[in-house]
Design a protein around this ligand. Structure first.
Ligand SMILES: NC(=O)c1ccc[n+]([C@@H]2O[C@H](COP(=O)([O-])OP(=O)(O)OC[C@H]3O[C@@H](n4cnc5c(N)ncnc54)[C@H](O)[C@@H]3O)[C@@H](O)[C@H]2O)c1
Length: 266
């Protein structure tokens, strides 16, 4: 393990957007701790680091459990001496079975608030003292353009993302005079395991998409909503996050930046 490199903790780093952030950081020579519930994918991804790149290690983590978050911090410090990047990416779009429902159930509100915002806040608070010890530390919170716009079909989810944007701004102000920047990234439509479930929800519950495959729903939405008429890729998101954690981004803090092909205009 190289303890002198920049070291990042990526929650939800085993699949989708988190995985692409993990791979980007690793290819740039960073150490990455993947903190995820998904043991199988987490273990697979930790076997991909090579001599030329950084190191990836997996720590099974549930961001809704304080004990698990404490374990993640201890595990991170025991493997690498300088944790200077935290990516709060873990997220859910509802409780089990949400993709079959046309309305938000109480359990969907609870599950998405517990993971997407309470989990994010608890992980941040646990890691802040460690981040404050190391120079040039960075926090990036993965929000969503849905947090700016609202989503009539997923209000339980989009409201958590509005809270993530707002929390980012409060934290930025709280960290005044420190060497830590904190920003939010707002992806638009990104094809991931989560979006596949969103597509199922639309085809299961909306007349317009009856009989559509999840991917067909996604393609139709990209065509209808994205002015650049191209799908925003996982790499587009990872590249923005990488810029925000690099030392080149020193003047950015308290921002929420869209990566969405022009889907939403600030
Ligand atoms: N896909 C999109 O279009 C899109 C758009 C905007 C924002 N986002 C956000 O990006 C982030 C990643 O989403 P994705 O689309 O890659 O979804 P995904 O389902 O592929 O990945 C989410 C990851 O979070 C992990 N996770 C879930 N609950 C957890 C918990 N309690 N503790 C630890 N890990 C947990 C999952 O195991 C999974 O690996 C989420 O915050 C999501 O809300 C996604």
């Amino acid at each position: 393990m190289n303890i002198d490199r920049r070291t990042a903790v990526v929650t939800g780093g085993a699949t989708g957007i988190g995985e692409s952030i993990t791979m980007k950081f690793c290819s740039e020579g960073y150490n990455v701790i993947v903190a995820d519930l998904n043991k199988k994918r987490g273990k697979q991804i930790s076997q991909t680091s090579s001599k030329q790149s950084g190191n990836i290690i997996f720590c099974e983590t549930d961001v809704t459990e304080q004990k698990s978050i404490k374990h993640l911090l201890d595990f991170s410090i025991s493997n690498f001496e300088n944790i200077n990047i935290l990516i709060n990416n873990a997220g859910v779009a509802g409780a089990k079975g949400w993709e079959n429902e046309s309305v938000s159930r109480e359990e969907d509100w609870k599950a998405s608030w517990e993971v997407n915002i309470l989990g994010l806040i608890n992980v941040t608070n646990e890691f802040l003292p460690e981040l404050q010890k190391n120079s040039g530390s960075r926090i990036v919170n993965i929000a969503s353009v849905s947090g700016r716009q609202g989503r009539p079909s997923l209000p339980h989810y989009s409201s958590t993302k509005a809270a993530v944007i707002n929390f980012t701004k409060s934290l930025h102000k709280r960290l005044e005079n420190s060497d830590i920047s904190v920003n939010a990234v707002c992806p638009g439509l990104i094809w991931t395991p989560m979006w596949e479930q969103v597509g199922l929800r639309y085809s299961n519950t909306q007349e317009k998409y009856k009989g559509f495959e999840a991917r067909e729903v996604f393609d139709d939405m990209v065509k209808e909503n994205i002015p650049l008429r191209r799908e925003t890729s996982l790499q587009d998101v990872a590249n923005l996050v990488f810029f925000l954690v690099s030392l080149d981004s020193s003047s950015f803090s308290g921002q929420a930046i869209n990566v969405d092909g022009g889907f939403f205009l600030n």
